[in-house]
Design a protein around this ligand. Structure first.
Ligand SMILES: [Zn+2]
Length: 204
């Protein structure tokens, strides 16, 4: 286990360097094409390599879950972005992945702090769910317009009330339409059609 972790960290460091380069080129691309989905940004650095446990759509049971112990079951409606061991006791800022109004921020069972933002994706309305944030760290308010890249707050401390007992990670969900829906799991696969895979837009 310790060996695996140190290898993982070395890989991460290498990947981090290449991501810094690709992020700066993405910024240039975004500035030139604000109207397409390429305009979405990462919720935190190295977003792609952080998706190691629960991608969008994975069917979770307490028995098969990559997270143990597990209290949830169903089809995962979002993407989970993990934190590194070195980040457990430091602040991990979460950035807005798009520009749009804050619709809600509250404490919710299963999340701890959760925030919902309204955005446009390819001219369609979506709501973006950011789960497991430290609620008190979210300084913007409902109704505020949030710009892509703005710091929303920090992740809640792992295994505390700030995450409602979950490990320190970000749950990001893209729900179609304007209605607020913060469900992290659905029980029928067909219900996933109400959601989009965030990684199609923000994993790089
Ligand atoms: Zn999740």
């Amino acid at each position: 286990m310790p060996k695996e972790n140190s290898n993982q960290n070395q890989n991460d460091i290498i990947i981090n360097n290449s991501n810094i380069n690709s992020n700066s080129s993405n910024l240039n691309v975004n500035n030139n094409s604000n109207q397409n989905s390429g305009a979405f940004g990462v919720p935190l650095p190295d977003s792609k390599v952080r998706v190691t446990k629960k991608p969008f759509g994975i069917f979770i049971t307490p028995q098969n879950s990559p997270v143990q112990p597990e209290r949830f079951s169903g089809y995962h409606t979002g993407t989970d972005f993990e934190t590194y061991p070195s980040e457990q006791n430091s602040d991990v800022s979460i950035l807005a992945v798009c520009s749009g109004k804050m619709l809600e921020k509250k404490y919710a069972s299963g999340y701890g702090g959760v925030m919902v933002q309204s955005c446009k994706l390819n001219k369609q309305d979506i709501t973006v769910v950011y789960g497991h944030l430290k609620l008190a760290s979210i300084t913007k308010n409902v109704g505020d317009i949030i710009q892509k890249g703005d710091i929303l707050g920090i992740l809640g401390k792992g295994y505390s009330s700030e995450t409602d007992g979950e490990r320190k990670h970000l749950h990001l969900g893209f729900h179609k339409g304007t209605g607020i829906n913060i469900l992290g799991y659905v029980q029928n696969k067909s219900d996933l059609s109400g959601w989009l895979n965030p990684c199609d837009y923000v994993c790089f």
